[in-house]
Design a protein around this ligand. Structure first.
Ligand SMILES: Cc1ncc(COP(=O)(O)O)c(C=O)c1O
Length: 374
């Protein structure tokens, strides 16, 4: 039997046609045509004035921090439960990450978590829309405003989610997206930065092209900066995917609903939350076992692997990773972040590829029931 994949895209003839057109025509004076179309369609979809296509979400976060002028001596708060791509760019600009505890239901940042991390050095918060879920943004935004902090929304995993009708990625001063091959909308590798601020947008355009103004033909650099550009082939793929975004998100929600129905009667587990006011695009269907369970995530992963099903562990708390072992802020977080340390050991991502059928999902659920009954 073929393995049931954890993640993967939904590619149609439209994507193939657009990429074929890009490789045939997007050169010379047409070189940027797909990037421009992708950026303006993306900005329109999000309801924001500016979008910049980039090679990754990591580079988008790096540019967001750099454009906000964050650097040495500054602290930036991130949730303890996320992929290291959220926090690594804080080190790229010479600032220090501080790891906040998460809300036990949404698995995302909470005001209580932020409060515990606030210091005179705090300059910004990076919130993460984890696995498609969203934090309660109204109090988060209020907290940031009160304390004069910039809010960067890492919506890498959340295209298509909404909070009180507002699209994920447009709730902060800057929003960032990933189009990695595992994501709901993919360009193979790729990312996008969005903002309503003309100043940030201009600064990002400048910083991402070796410190020169857009359109410069003189190779005239006024600062040492970065080279972060998305290719036209990727932009063509992204545009085709974006034109199908409603279908892609609807399929993700359908896959989640299959799991939800099948696992409805199963005790001792919880799945991704969708609190009132949130529409979750369920990038990864995620299962967390009650702490009373005799299994942890490593045991669950091993059991699924043996049965031909690919799963992934819930992210380990950043503060528990060897990468941050020498950071005093990580030691404090490991002592304080109760929720993060209670959720992570019991969580796994279930297969969520866009190619899944209801029969695949049923097979995963059946195996889960058997594993838990053992
Ligand atoms: C929450 C989060 N932030 C950032 C990233 C980084 O995205 P990229 O791989 O496009 O740099 C990812 C990627 O998986 C992610 O899940």
């Amino acid at each position: 039997m073929a393995r049931i994949p954890i993640a993967g895209p939904w590619i149609t003839q439209k994507e193939i046609d657009y990429v074929t057109d890009a490789v045939s025509h997007a050169w010379y004076d047409q070189a940027g045509m797909y990037n421009q179309k992708f950026e303006s369609a993306f900005a329109a979809y999000l309801g924001v004035p500016y979008a910049v296509s980039l090679p990754s979400c990591t580079s988008a976060l790096h540019l967001a921090l750099a454009a906000l002028g964050i650097g040495e001596g500054d602290e930036v708060i991130v949730p303890d439960l996320t992929w290291i791509a959220t926090s690594a760019p804080i080190s790229y600009v010479g600032a220090t990450p501080v790891f906040a505890d998460v809300d036990p239901l949404s698995w995302c940042l909470s005001v209580e978590g932020l409060q515990a991390c606030l210091s005179p050095k705090t300059r910004a918060v990076i919130s993460v829309d984890l696995y498609g879920g969203m934090p309660d943004y109204q109090p988060l935004r209020q907290f940031c405003q009160q304390h004069g902090l910039a809010l960067i929304e890492d919506a890498a995993e959340a295209i298509g989610s909404t909070y009180q009708g507002i699209r994920a990625g447009s709730l902060g001063d800057v929003g960032t997206f990933s189009f990695h091959g595992s994501k709901t909308l993919t360009t193979g590798e790729g990312g996008m930065l969005v903002t309503a601020s003309e100043e940030i947008w201009k600064r990002v355009q400048f910083l991402r092209d070796h410190g020169r103004v857009p359109g410069d033909k003189l190779f005239w650099n006024s600062e040492v900066a970065f080279k972060y550009k998305m290719s036209s082939l990727q932009a063509a793929l992204g545009l085709a995917q974006l034109e199908r975004i409603e279908d892609l998100v609807a399929r993700k929600r359908e896959i989640f609903s299959w799991y939800q129905q099948s696992l409805a009667g199963l005790k001792g587990i919880s799945l991704n939350a969708e609190p009132a006011g949130v529409s979750n695009s369920y990038w990864m269907v995620t299962l967390v076992l009650d702490r009373s369970s005799s299994l942890d995530k490593e045991a669950l992963l091993a059991a699924f692997k043996q049965r031909g099903i690919d799963c992934r562990p819930f992210f380990y708390p950043l503060s528990s990773l060897p990468a941050y072992a020498a950071l005093p802020q990580a030691q404090t977080a490991a002592e304080q972040n109760q929720h993060a340390y209670q959720i992570s050991p019991y969580g796994i991502n279930l297969p969520s590829a866009l190619s899944l059928t209801q029969a695949d999902v049923e097979a995963v659920c059946q195996q889960l029931r058997e594993i838990l009954a053992d």
